[in-house]
Design a protein around this ligand. Structure first.
Ligand code: S3P
Length: 429
């Protein structure tokens, strides 16, 4: 798909529901007794994979445009699937559902697309095995397809080597079924949507610092969940509004959970003009974001803030490319094992647009230039099937001279099917 420079962005946009929260709402609705109704659910391919998996496990799920209705059967209500479970492109589906399958009295084969079959699964295989499940990587490479043989589980106190909400959540979900309490202590806090939503559905989850503990076999009851807008999707509009001269936009209904809002802090540290309006609490904290064009400067992004903006690092790299001075991203080796190797793919594609950028072992060094001094230029961009790369470069194209061609642009359907239309509506000229 071909993209061009724009004069400015004006108007309002409402981003779709949060991907992480949508997944968790389907999972907990399925494990609860009775009816769960989810509104503002993200109808992206990843979350539809989660729905498909739970249908195959015997849960009746109605998917209407305005509401997902789940007829949950309680913690012991899943049935052995007749066939292989397919998580598609979704790491969250694969890792979180593994925690649930680890406790079931049946065996499941779980797989996904080519990208999922390359992503590391030892990080969940290890703790779930310690709890008593048998998890085998069928190809012997610690990746999917996985054969998961559920078993009665015991509680553990786990200290993950990587900071990952997916790992933490897999262990906590397994902990629902364990015979004693289960704890996870992280070296820095990853997103806490699982802890919040488990509590909403009636689980006893206690948190202290970076430790979360779940107490086993709660009575989970179906309920109504309204999913806030996804800050990871809003991030592309935040960047576009800050980067394109003269822009002034409003992004409505964005989740600003402190374990997710690192993009706001990083953008502000680069000189971004962002105002939070109408802050409110809807199970999760939510606000509208007012974004005004701002000349940006470089910054350092490292340490404990990394898990709070892990999915926003590609778009932050685009912002850094057009900021004055150097931006250094460190402590983000996890970027190498996302939907693509985001360190390599960002370095290649931003270089192709004329940016001075180097990939490191755990991040990127970006020598930015303000567009007045040296603008990016259009190029052929390979998104490597990675939705966040495609959306990042659609934003970069808005300030690049000449034509930008994103080859596999359709992959945005993973997390934001209407992204290009929504972006186009804001563009003036
Ligand atoms: C997610 C956690 C993050 C994030 C992913 C969604 C989640 O992954 O990158 O897009 O919903 O728990 P890790 O936990 O592997 O860092």
């Amino acid at each position: 798909m071909i993209f061009h420079k724009t004069n400015q962005l004006k108007g309002e946009v409402t981003v779709p529901g949060d991907k992480s929260i949508s997944h968790r709402a389907v999972m907990l609705g399925s494990l609860s007794k009775g009816r769960t109704e989810i509104t503002n659910f993200l109808q992206g391919a990843d979350c539809l994979s989660t729905i498909d998996c739970f249908r195959r496990l015997g849960i009746e799920i109605e998917n209407r445009p305005d509401c997902i209705t789940i007829h949950g059967k309680g913690l012991d209500g899943l049935n052995a699937p007749g066939n292989i479970l397919d998580a598609g492109n979704s790491g969250t589906t694969t890792r979180l559902i593994s925690g649930i399958l680890a406790a079931q009295p049946f065996e499941t084969i779980l797989t996904g697309d080519a990208s999922i079959q390359k992503r590391p699964m030892l990080r969940i295989m290890e703790p779930l095995s310690m709890m008593g499940a048998r998890i085998e990587s069928i190809g012997g490479n610690n990746c999917a397809p996985l054969k998961i043989t559920g078993a009665p589980l015991k509680g553990i106190h786990y200290y993950p080597k990587v900071i990952s909400a997916q790992v933490k959540s897999a262990v906590l979900l397994a902990g629902l079924y364990a015979k004693d309490p289960t704890s996870v202590t992280e070296s820095a806090l990853s997103r806490n949507h699982s802890e919040l939503m488990l509590r909403t559905f009636g689980a006893d989850v206690r948190t202290e610092g970076t430790t979360a503990t779940i107490f086993p076999r709660p009575l989970l009851e179906g309920r109504k969940v309204n999913v806030p807008g996804d800050i990871s999707s809003a991030a592309y509009f935040i960047a576009a509004g800050l980067l394109v001269p003269g822009s002034d936009i409003l992004i409505r209904n964005v989740g600003i959970n402190p374990t997710r809002n690192g993009i706001l802090k990083a953008a502000e540290s680069m000189g971004g003009n962002i105002t939070l309006l109408n802050e409110r609490q809807e199970g999760e904290p939510v606000a509208d974001l007012h974004i005004k064009y701002s000349p940006l400067h470089g910054t350092a992004i490292e340490g404990d803030i990394i898990p709070t903006l892990i999915d926003e690092l590609p778009i932050l790299a685009v912002m850094a490319a057009s900021a004055e001075g150097t931006t250094v991203i460190r402590d983000a080796a996890e970027l190498k094992v996302k939907e693509s190797n985001r360190i390599d793919v960002m370095a290649q594609n931003l270089s192709a647009m004329g940016c001075d950028i180097t990939g490191t072992e755990d991040g990127l060094i970006i020598h930015g230039k303000r567009p007045e001094e040296k603008p990016l230029h259009g190029a052929v961009i390979h998104a490597h099937g990675d939705h966040r790369i495609a959306m990042s470069f659609a934003v970069a194209s808005l300030i690049a001279e000449g034509e930008t061609n994103i080859t596999d642009s359709e992959c945005v359907a993973i997390s934001y099917p209407g992204f290009y239309e929504d972006l186009k509506k804001l563009c003036r000229g």
